[in-house]
Design a protein around this ligand. Structure first.
Ligand code: UDX
Length: 428
């Protein structure tokens, strides 16, 4: 099929290169000409395992190209995926200006039937608005359909998630749109749910909110475990084996980060408010998540007392392993405010973190470099290389042997036997 993917961001690039890899003819479009120039010269603007290779292969085989000319790309394609950003406004609501702009551009470029598919996470009713916008700017009355096809890929495993989805959600109004999308997704051999556009839009919000709720739930349990001397990992295993609960997304820690969960949760709370429903559970999910940072900082203070002029090492700056999206900023800001000196290292997120944290942090070349003269080490991201550290060596380099394990990657007993003072999240 001939496809245009509008928006060469995270979702757009992965969607475009995966559809190309499945044998389609794909143009990835972005109005940022410098980004397109970089992509054309083989430079990939994001860090995602396997993406660079996939893009290069499909460009070489002539199935994938890049353009900043939306008009030409739309006129050459039958299916158009909208993957532009929907950033949060100050009140949490999603800003849909880019979606509207792209819908108008598509309408003005249409000369034959088009299927316009929204893949960006959008509030319910966006499909209606896209349809209305296209109608307004489509004087020649070219036939078109609008569909919703939310994307569930995760950063760090985006290609695998795209190619092996648990399910594909397709929200459509017409048989033609349904048939095109079923055909497009047939090679993935995954279960396809066909539904109406509004329900498809809602599925994405409900899924992300539910997952965020699982994380805040287990973090709340971990806070109770801390108080009672129980072990949250044991509780998590014990409840996760109940198939009605499921064992995924029950790792306690310092809360969820990244771009999607916080943004989508805020947006869904606003959507509910706007339609007259106070989604109180989700507000609590947000509150618990915000609080986890302070829980961690409190643990540091319990171990090393005042933070003024103490040196704290932070292992991991990304919001999860295998991504360079930074997260530890919130924690670092609190520690700096309390007067601590910060040494930090991350296997992938150093460049981005330097841009944001700058002079406030001493960026180190590896975990051992971080440990030098530290009064305490915080594990903020569960990168594999941190799980395999030589802790004896770390201990020798530190001023005080203290580990605050924000991601529960170490066995408390083993670490304590090595002579560390250890505190995990909800672990004895
Ligand atoms: C998420 C959704 O999973 C994905 O479906 C959606 O399309 C985009 O948002 P992503 O933000 O890439 O994907 O990350 P994910 O792997 O879901 O993790 C989100 C955050 O939750 C991370 O900070 C992670 O550390 C945290 N998390 C996850 C926990 O704290 N505990 C868990 O058990 C699982």
């Amino acid at each position: 099929m001939k496809i245009s993917v509008i928006g060469a961001g995270y979702v757009g690039l992965v969607t475009g290169s995966c559809f190309a890899d499945l044998g389609n003819d794909v143009i990835c479009v972005d109005n940022d000409a410098s980004k397109i120039k970089k992509l054309k010269s083989g430079k990939i603007p994001i860090y995602e395992p396997g993406l660079e290779e996939l893009i290069k292969l499909n460009v070489k085989e002539g199935r994938l190209s890049f353009s900043s000319d939306i008009k030409n790309s739309v006129s050459r394609s039958e299916v158009i995926f909208i993957c532009v950003g929907t950033p949060p406004k100050n009140n949490g609501e999603a800003d849909l200006t880019f979606i509207e702009g792209v819908s108008r551009d598509i309408a003005l470029s249409m000369s034959s039937y088009k299927l316009i598919v929204e893949k960006s996470t959008v509030p319910v009713n966006t499909g209606e608005w896209v349809e209305r916008t296209i109608k307004v700017h489509n004087p020649r009355n070219v036939k078109f359909d609008v569909a919703s096809n939310p994307e569930f890929l995760r950063e760090g495993s985006a290609i695998k998630d795209f190619m092996n989805p648990d399910r594909v959600i397709i929200g459509v109004k017409s048989k033609k749109a349904k048939d095109i999308l079923i055909e497009l997704y047939r090679p993935l051999k995954s279960e396809i749910i066909i539904t109406d556009i509004k329900s498809a839009e809602l599925i994405k919000h409900a899924a992300n909110s539910f997952l965020a709720m699982k994380i805040s739930f287990i973090n709340s349990i971990s806070n109770v475990c801390d108080r009672l001397g129980a072990d949250v990992n044991e509780v998590s295993r014990g409840i996760g084996l109940d198939r009605r609960i499921g064992k995924d997304f029950l790792n306690a820690g310092i809360g969820f980060g990244g771009f999607c969960f916080p943004k989508d949760l805020g947006a869904f709370i606003r959507i509910s408010e706007k339609c007259g429903y106070d989604f109180g559970i989700l507000k609590e999910v947000q509150r618990v998540n915000d609080m986890q940072k302070s829980v961690l900082v409190k643990k540091v203070e319990e171990m090393i007392w005042n933070l003024q002029d103490k040196t704290v090492g932070v292992l991991g700056l990304s919001f999860k392993p295998d991504t360079d999206d930074i997260r530890a900023i919130g924690i670092i800001s609190i520690l700096v405010k309390e007067g601590a000196r910060i040494r930090a290292y991350d296997p992938a997120a150093m460049v981005k973190a330097k841009g944001v944290l700058g002079a406030r942090v001493k960026f180190c070349k590896d975990a051992y470099d971080v440990a030098k003269n530290c009064d305490c080490i915080i594990v903020a991201t569960e990168w594999n290389e941190f799980k395999e550290l030589d802790l004896k060596k770390m201990k020798k380099l530190m001023r005080q042997p203290v580990i605050i394990d924000g991601r529960n990657i170490y066995d408390p007993e083993t670490v304590k036997l090595l002579g560390f003072k250890y505190s995990g999240m909800g672990r004895r």
